[in-house]
Design a protein around this ligand. Sequence first.
Ligand code: PLP
Length: 354
Amino acid sequence: MTLPIRDAVLSSPDYPFVPIDARIKLDQNESAEDFPAPLKALVLERLAQAHWHRYTDLNAEAISAAIARHEDWSPAGVVVTTGSNVLIALLIQLAALDRRVVTVTPNFALYGLDARLLGASLTEVPLRPDFSMDVSALVEAIKGEPMSGAHGGGVVYLPQPHAPTGSIAAIADLEKLSTASSQWLMVIDEAYHQFAGTDAKALARGLPHVVLLRTFSKAWGLAGARLGYALASDDVARQLRKLAPPFAVSVMQTIAAQVALENPGYMKDRVERTIQERERVRLALKRHPSWEVFPSSANFLLIRTPDASRAHAELLSAGVLVRRQDAYAGLEGCIRVTVGSREENDAFLRAAGL
Ligand SMILES: *Cc1c(COP(=O)(O)O)cnc(C)c1O
């Protein structure tokens, strides 16, 4: 029996994630530390006072205002959703239905998955062997011919720092791409920017077609709360909000975000610890006899091993879960390990024989 469902959906693979139980979980780039206990208590206290029978803000206006203060951004240019992954699909709906999505490969899987599901024409430009962006190939791709019947333009997705390699693009390259065409929404996914100390806000302020994505899931330690946001020009944000589901951000999420934004110090402290641990683990891994570790500006490390399947299984048998990346072209043999707590990182290094 054929289901009455679009071919683009039927032919799309499932999201590439298989949950595996392990004592030490270094597979999803989560924060090693939970949301601080005193802040959790504060959230619960405020939650007990809140009205659960009322709808929340139509477009998370209260969180948007708090984010705008934290980011020094126009409140009208902030769009909050239940995780930044929601925005990836919304931005395709906004500017790439019947048009094109251009991104790099390898890359965060969701850009390509959502482009396929929504029937956009997808162009993936390979990174160079050193994981740097091929800017002229990307410029060529966005200036290329639209598919028949499609309009020119669409959405360009670039993660900065890049996932899953952890590499960083020169801001001049992002600028070159962003100024190559105003027919495209240029989306810079800054999920890991705190660990890189990079910030594309100056670029986005001057160019209304540049959109930044940020999340509470990584540095803020709130992956379970599901909160992300876009920083855009007021005009783009106003159109994007039309597509966001109304009243979607719950009272629980609203209070968690507000408490986090009132206390950004804990986030900055853990980012510092994570960067120190990342460099400690990276240096230790350099002594591995057969693995090659790449430099990273994020909270994870990409490692090339002779056999990703074997490395993954051997680490797992020692209780350490990492993520295989070897299905990506150019990442043969690669695994990705999240930077965990000092103890978790030590367990990982021991499991790796170091
Ligand atoms: C983790 C991550 C996100 C964040 O997704 P959320 O839905 O906000 O949890 C976005 N982009 C990239 C590249 C990521 O790795």
